[in-house]
Design a protein around this ligand. Structure first.
Ligand code: NDP
Length: 246
């Protein structure tokens, strides 16, 4: 498989989609470098991967801090000597109606979901251009395609991310640097905890737990995108629970 031996860096790997993807890719022979803020979760993830015979290391990263992302990516390159895949997965979903004016939540969502990804690109793109190969992956969302009340900010971040990732694909594809978005509908990860509004949080939890895909379903999508021959770019995989309408 093309994924075997690839160095995959994941920002936002301590739980949910990122953790499941790290395990799946390691099981298929990739070398993982995982980061997030919760060290205990990262330690447990790395030891699970190693116990299963895989290769992994971790480094703390806060994607709201440009220098922290740079240090994370530099540490990955120093550890493995190259970076094949930079997967910018960190995200939050602090849904609320605009009238509630939760401006700090708006700022946090753009800082993590958009600037965090841009910092990842800023840190890894020069390395990939020097290498002459690489692959950026980002977790977008069906909310990057459809707009719903109470999700103005979350959708705004994911629409923005789609614009950035598609421009990156057009600019760097000719240089053999691939760009992929994985865009899920509901996934049962606990992302609902980042919804501040209690009523909306309850609804988000109910949706995730009743119909959500498993994080492993997303890991399969990421594996598919990485595992294609280098001349095949998977621009986006949009996947929802079959019963989810939008
Ligand atoms: P989780 O809450 O399980 O994962 C979020 C990850 O982001 C965690 O590893 C968390 O790590 C990390 N993260 C958050 N803030 C920061 C930060 N400042 N610095 C570094 N890492 C950070 O939820 P999911 O797995 O569901 O979320 C992953 C992605 O999937 C997100 O981008 C989300 O928008 C997207 N998504 C999820 C859907 C769902 O229904 N679950 C649907 C559509 C898209 P830590 O807290 O340890 O720093």
């Amino acid at each position: 498989m093309a994924v075997k031996g690839k160095v995959v860096v994941i920002a936002g790997a301590s739980s949910g989609i990122g953790a499941a993807t790290a395990k799946k890719l390691a099981a298929h022979g990739a070398k993982l470098f995982v980061g997030a803020r919760r060290e205990e979760k990262l330690k447990a993830l790395v030891s699970d991967i190693q116990a299963a015979g895989g290769e992994a290391a971790y480094h703390l990263v806060d994607v709201t801090q440009k220098d922290s992302v740079q240090q994370f990516v530099d540490a990955a390159e120093a550890h493995y000597g190259q970076i094949d895949v930079m997967y910018n997965n960190a995200g939050i979903m602090p849904n609320s109606p605009l009238k509630d004016l939760k401006v700090a939540d708006w700022e946090a969502a753009f800082q993590i979901n958009v600037m965090g990804v841009l910092y990842g690109i800023a840190a890894a793109l020069p390395i990939m251009k020097k290498q002459g190969f690489g692959h950026f992956i980002a977790t977008d969302s069906n909310a990057g395609h459809v707009i719903n009340p109470n999700a103005a900010i979350y959708s705004g971040t994911k629409f923005a991310l789609r614009a950035i990732m598609d421009a990156l694909r057009q600019e760097e594809g000719p240089n053999m640097i691939r760009s992929t978005m994985v865009s899920p509908g509901n996934v049962n990860t606990g992302l609902w905890k980042s919804v501040g509004d209690p009523e909306l949080q309850k609804k988000a939890r109910q949706r995730e737990e009743s119909i959500g895909l498993s994080p492993d379903d997303l890991a399969n999508a990421v594996l598919y995108a990485i595992d294609q021959p280098e001349n095949v770019g998977i621009d986006e995989i949009l996947l929802r629970p079959t019963v989810q309408q939008n």
